[in-house]
Design a protein around this ligand. Structure first.
Ligand code: VGL
Ligand code: ZN
Length: 200
């Protein structure tokens, strides 16, 4: 049994400077996470893992551009540049991230018809990645989060974990955000705190 787990969210080349969907300062969190990980004996990572025809890619919607907002099978969807395409270098974990003690990787965003910001459930809460079962089977009570991006995948993973009843902690310095709209990162931290997530 493990009372606490660290979830490392989407530390992939496409989300750090130079990548297709670069998060400003995204690489700065890697030493922070590497320093945190020895405190944990249960660590998992999530991996954004899209097919090339994914519905969140602007390139798959003629006439649309990244940043545009559409309805994708009934859900509001921000369109992104092509990113984290399965088996491409951009989808790989950044090599400086210490993965040696990561016990499982949970992939998400694999269904072309729906996006998945959370590492637990898709955006429609229809399918899960297996991470919820994994946390339950391991007796986890406290979930700690770090990774990319604060205002998307970290936020929605944290909110889903909180909804499942976990005590959730987010490491502010272990995350960076997109800030597509100014203030998004601070708003994301506030939305997390409002439901009882601890930002530390
Ligand atoms: C993410 C946008 C699109 C993330 C993934 O990891 O935060 N953001 N896909
Ligand atoms: Zn994605």
């Amino acid at each position: 049994m493990h009372s606490k787990a660290l979830i490392i969210v989407d530390v992939q080349y496409d989300f750090i400077p130079g990548g297709a969907l670069a998060v400003p300062g995204g690489d700065e969190i890697i030493p922070v996470i590497n320093q945190l990980s020895p405190e944990f004996d249960l660590i998992v990572a999530t991996q954004d893992w899209h097919p090339g025809n994914h519905g969140s890619f602007a390139s798959n919607h003629p006439g649309q551009s990244p940043g545009d907002i559409i309805s994708l099978n009934g859900l509001t969807q921000i369109l992104w540049p092509d990113h984290c395409v399965q088996n491409t270098p951009g989808a790989a974990f950044v090599k400086e991230l210490d993965m040696s003690r990561v016990s499982r990787v949970f992939q998400k965003g694999t269904d072309s018809g729906i996006d998945s910001y959370s590492g637990l459930f898709d955006n429609g809460h229809k399918k899960d990645t297996g991470l919820a079962d994994f946390l339950r089977e391991n007796g986890v009570k406290d979930v700690f989060l770090a990774g990319l991006a604060t205002d998307y995948c970290v936020k929605f993973t944290a909110l889903d974990a909180r909804s499942l009843g976990y005590t959730v902690h987010v490491y502010r310095e272990g995350c960076r955000g997109v800030n597509l709209f100014p203030g998004d990162v601070e708003q994301a931290f506030r939305a997390m705190q409002r439901v009882g997530i601890s930002v530390e």
